[in-house]
Design a binder for this molecule. Structure first.
Ligand SMILES: Cc1ncc(COP(=O)(O)O)c(C=O)c1O
Length: 487
């Protein structure tokens, strides 16, 4: 069940009678609705239901529980608002496609991490890859976060946003020599090393520049995180990390290398994880290793348990961050490791539901087999559906009276994979602004210029305040680095 207070919007689309369940999921929108027989319908006073809800009771009365992103994202009357700002108004003023993020929502997502770790040595390192806009990084830097980076570009962003290099962990399976040098010179806190070969290169570069690189090995615990294969990282068949069986010998090697100081151990098993158990399995494997490594005389100061906590896109029910960390701490304490500093690298769970992508409906194209709702955002703007067949909620930013129809919401890019949502029940007209929900993570950071399309603008809201945090790319920006051949 998504978190947040129920919003008392009454569904007035429920015209079939299918029993009296206490609650139900709309099979099309997959939004959760709860039946509330105690309420009498007040149809005149309420906006139209944005979904086609087919759970019907004789009282014809349902309460819409939440949208992903609630309570910061919610209908107020017929208008979808993020914080106190009408999303339709934003699209009209700033154009579309448009990403909009809520600062309050991001800080609210961080709070349970911080709460759960109070009184423990810890560092929450926001995973920059999820959303690397400078203003987003600034919000987390000001909130005391460190950062998990995977490139010199991400390091430069963190520094530009006011992040402290001493709170940066450098992950990634393919760090170049120049990236390693830059990170050493900036004074990052730790390299999360993914292979023996990388260890040797870091040692060589550090020796060359007369520095000591602090390292932890990213170990691959061979645990199935139960997530999409493209975002699973902790299995033997994945390219990530040092195999569990090789970890001890690699630590022994690290301890002998010049320019290297072992400070920790690291593990990240995947993304959009909605269960606690894979984390606990991985933790057991990591703790076994820590004990073996320390027995070999190599002290381990911190344990980095990675990121990966999932969010609600539709009907997923991931644990809250504090519940997850509580379960991890119980195991850590029970096995006598409570003194160690803990590092986490959350990305999606801090920003995913803090953002939406707005897109205007260009044309409606009803067909014999499919109805297409053609919008001005495509796979280049938001790649998750095309890349992972990911489900993302799509709603109209202004509810309309009348019936819904089923639409495939597709973009203008010349690929059949260019879709944002399939078989969505929407009451929609050309010119409407749709909101693609849960778009704060792996949205803009994965955007491209395919089809020579400029990337979207980005806004940050807080209450009724709005800031443009990235201008829309102009067409001239797209080929300014290109050159014609001489005649
Ligand atoms: C090493 C590492 N840390 C942290 C993350 C962040 O994961 P998530 O956004 O799922 O929290 C990732 C992303 O896959 C990652 O590769």
């Amino acid at each position: 069940m998504p978190v947040g207070a129920p919003r008392e919007a009454v569904c007035d689309k429920n015209t079939e009678q299918t029993g009296s369940p206490a609650h139900h999921n709309c099979p099309v929108s997959r939004a959760t609705w709860a039946f509330a027989g105690r309420l009498r319908p007040k149809r005149a006073a309420v906006p139209a239901c944005p979904y086609r809800c087919i759970c019907i009771h004789t009282l014809s009365c349902c309460i819409q529980m939440t949208l992903p992103g609630s309570p910061f994202l919610a209908y107020q009357g017929a208008d979808l608002k993020l914080d106190d700002v009408s999303l339709r108004d934003l699209a009209h003023e700033h154009g579309s496609p448009l990403y909009v993020y809520s600062r309050r929502s991001m800080l609210a997502a961080l709070a349970p991490y911080q709460r759960a770790l109070v009184g423990r040595p810890h560092l929450v390192c926001y995973a920059v890859k999820a959303n690397s806009n400078l203003a987003v990084l600034q919000v987390f830097a000001k909130a005391g976060c460190g950062f998990d980076i995977v490139s010199e570009g991400e390091l430069a962003r963190v520094l530009a946003a006011g992040g402290e290099p001493g709170k940066v962990v450098f992950s990634g399976v393919g760090k170049t020599r120049s990236e390693i040098k830059m990170a050493l010179e900036a004074g990052v806190r730790c390299f999360n090393v993914e292979s023996t070969a990388e260890l040797e290169v870091i040692s060589a570069v550090a020796t060359q520049v007369g520095q000591t690189a602090k390292v932890s090995l990213r170990v691959n615990p061979d645990v199935d995180a139960g997530t999409h294969p493209y975002i699973s990282t902790g299995l033997k068949g994945n390219k990530f990390g040092v195999a569990h069986e090789l970890a001890l010998s690699t630590y022994k090697r690290a301890a002998t290398l010049p320019g290297i100081k072992v400070v920790g151990i690291d593990c990240h098993i995947g993304s959009q994880i909605t269960e606690v158990s894979p984390y606990l399995d991985a933790l057991d494997r990591v703790l076994d290793l820590v004990e073996a490594i320390e027995l070999a005389g190599i002290p381990i100061h911190h344990m980095d348990l990675g990121g990966g906590l999932g969010i609600t896109y539709t009907d997923e029910t991931p644990p809250t961050a504090d519940a997850l960390i509580g379960a991890l701490l119980a195991k850590i304490d029970a096995r006598g490791h409570g003194h160690r500093e803990l590092v986490f690298e959350p990305g999606r769970s801090l920003v995913g539901n803090a953002g939406v992508m707005l897109t205007e409906v260009l044309f409606l194209k009803p067909g014999e087999q499919k109805n297409f709702c053609i919008v001005d955002a495509g796979m280049n703007d938001l790649m998750r559906p095309a890349l992972y067949e990911a489900y993302m909620g799509i709603v109209n930013t202004q509810t309309r009276a009348g019936d819904t129809s089923q639409w495939d919401v597709v973009g203008p890019v010349c690929e059949s994979g260019d879709w944002l949502g399939r078989d969505r029940d929407l009451n929609v007209q050309a010119g409407d602004v749709l909101a693609v929900l849960s778009a704060g993570a792996y949205g803009m950071t994965m955007a491209s210029n395919y089809n020579t399309r400029g990337r979207a603008a980005e806004l940050m809201v807080d209450g009724d305040q709005v800031w443009v945090v990235r201008e829309r790319e102009a067409v001239a920006d797209l080929f300014k680095l290109e050159k014609l051949l001489p005649n």
